[in-house]
Design a protein around this ligand. Structure first.
Ligand SMILES: Nc1nc2c(ncn2[C@@H]2O[C@H](COP(=O)(O)OP(=O)(O)O)[C@@H](O)[C@H]2O)c(=O)[nH]1
Ligand SMILES: [Mg+2]
Length: 443
């Protein structure tokens, strides 16, 4: 099958690029242009006609990438036309009339690239991350992984395990021969080293995942404290309804922000209070769930009314900033006990001290995002395989002491397999779907 798709974003644009991959790619080009193929990888200006007629669709640049030196490893072509819906539709319709050609599925080009051995799984994932990166730190992370930063490390550790496995299997094949002392020592040294490496990689405060998914800030507090006002102020637009009626916000409202290059997801939540209203109660439950998941909590209260309920007290931990709002209404000084808590006094109405609050948020972000060179995990998938690998390796380390080589070898095989699955060095059909389904069509 030959696949085709618009690879640039939909909508009006100067140029739209349509990619074609598969055996019929050359035929598509010759049928659309009624001319021989251009030289490989050299741009050529061509008139592009509807199939089987001489009716012009548009004039544009075509590129011919014979396989295997192409992104997917198959024969590929690119057609650059003007980026209008009508031009793209006409071109798609023409290509669809050619035998064995169909529209690509989401992520199918990159999936082919992986299946044809052009890229590994980590690179495929990082292509998706780069495409969806919104902030500088996300772009930097995606490009590092695309360049093989984590694949090299995981492959290096996997090679070490494979070497140990070779020794252990030799022992199984020749049970009467004792493994020489120096080889046993080497096995111990190597497996300890891999184990330490894995533990270090896993001890990463999930920074890679936070960068990819966004740092989660939850705005929490009693009703009417100004939580929705704060969300709107931070987002610079009216995202949530602000009203003096207590209990206005019931659902969780989320916005994505870019604070100094850090990706942040801020969620405004229902005010926490005793309520008899079923819907409001559900909203409050959602608020408390958000509080649990959040990397940072902004606990917003009114300056004039600082009665902390037990629930609020429980939320005020080291990952929380107490935001005392409506400073404009405050006539006297605040309670010295409260002053001891990490807090900031603001007035959203009069725009007082908001800068100080943003600075506090930024500092908290910086502390959480300290990126060491060792951040290799960017998805839960990687973490799970690494944890499994670590567990099997620990089992192996225990067993080999008692010379139970058969079982030890099985643990080692499983450890190696899990490490290989991160990069895609084993049969990975079952995880392919979950990765490539996140892509958009044309990638
Ligand atoms: N005086 C004063 N009123 C504010 C301030 N911030 C918000 N409000 C008002 O407080 C009321 C409740 O605000 P809202 O953002 O809906 O509170 P929420 O229930 O915590 O989401 C609204 O009438 C706001 O205009 C402030 O800094 N000073
Ligand atoms: Mg609200």
């Amino acid at each position: 099958m030959t696949i085709y798709a618009l690879s640039t974003g939909p909508g009006i644009s100067g140029i739209a690029v349509i990619r074609i991959s598969g055996e019929e790619a050359s035929k598509v080009l010759t049928l659309l242009t009624s001319k021989p193929l251009p030289k490989p990888r050299v741009a050529a200006l061509r008139k592009i006609n509807k199939i089987n007629t001489s009716e012009l669709i548009d004039e544009g640049i075509i590129l011919w990438f014979p396989g295997p030196e192409s992104y997917t490893g198959e024969d590929m072509a690119e057609i650059q036309v003007h980026g209008s819906k009508a031009v793209v539709d006409a071109l798609h319709k023409s290509i669809s009339k050619i035998e064995n050609c169909r529209l690509a599925e989401p992520g199918e080009f990159t999936k082919l690239a992986f299946q044809n051995g052009k890229i590994n799984l980590l690179k495929a994932e990082s292509v998706a991350d780069l495409i969806s990166s919104e902030t500088e730190i996300q772009r930097q992370q995606a490009i590092k992984i695309m360049n093989g930063k984590s694949a090299n490390r995981f492959n290096f550790l996997r090679e070490k395990l494979l070497k140990i496995l070779a020794h252990v299997e030799a022992k199984i094949d020749f049970p009467d021969e004792d493994l020489p002392k120096d080889i046993l020592n080497e096995i111990k040294k190597s497996s300890d080293e891999v184990l330490k490496n894995l533990e270090k990689i896993l001890d990463d405060q999930k920074v890679g995942e936070k960068i990819r998914e966004g740092f989660k800030i939850a705005i929490l507090g009693p009703t009417n404290a100004g939580k929705s006002s704060l969300l709107n102020h931070l987002s610079n637009r009216d995202v949530a309804i602000v009203s003096e009626i207590a209990g206005t916000t019931r659902d969780v409202i989320e916005t994505h922000l870019n604070i100094d290059g850090y990706p942040v997801i801020v969620s405004d939540t229902a005010g926490i209070r005793e309520s008899k209203d079923e819907i409001e109660k559900k909203g409050i439950k959602l608020s408390l769930n958000r509080a649990e998941e959040a990397d940072l909590k902004l606990i917003v209260v009114e300056a004039k009314n600082l009665n902390f309920t037990d629930v609020l007290k429980g939320l005020l931990d080291e990952n929380a900033i107490l935001v005392i709002n409506k400073l404009d209404l405050l006539k006297k000084d605040i309670d010295p006990e409260i002053k001891k808590i990490n807090h900031v006094l603001i007035s959203i109405k009069d725009n007082l001290n908001i800068d100080a609050l943003i600075l506090k948020i930024k500092n908290s972000l910086k502390n959480k995002f300290i990126t060491s060179e060792d951040i290799l995990i960017t998805r839960e998938r990687h973490r799970q395989h690494l944890e499994q690998c670590l567990n099997h390796l620990k089992n192996f380390n225990q067993k080999k002491e008692i010379e139970d080589f058969d079982k030890a070898a099985e643990d080692l095989r499983l450890a190696t397999r899990h490490l290989g699955m991160i990069v895609g060095k084993v049969d990975v059909e079952e995880i392919l779907g979950s990765i490539f389904n996140d892509f958009c069509i044309g990638k």
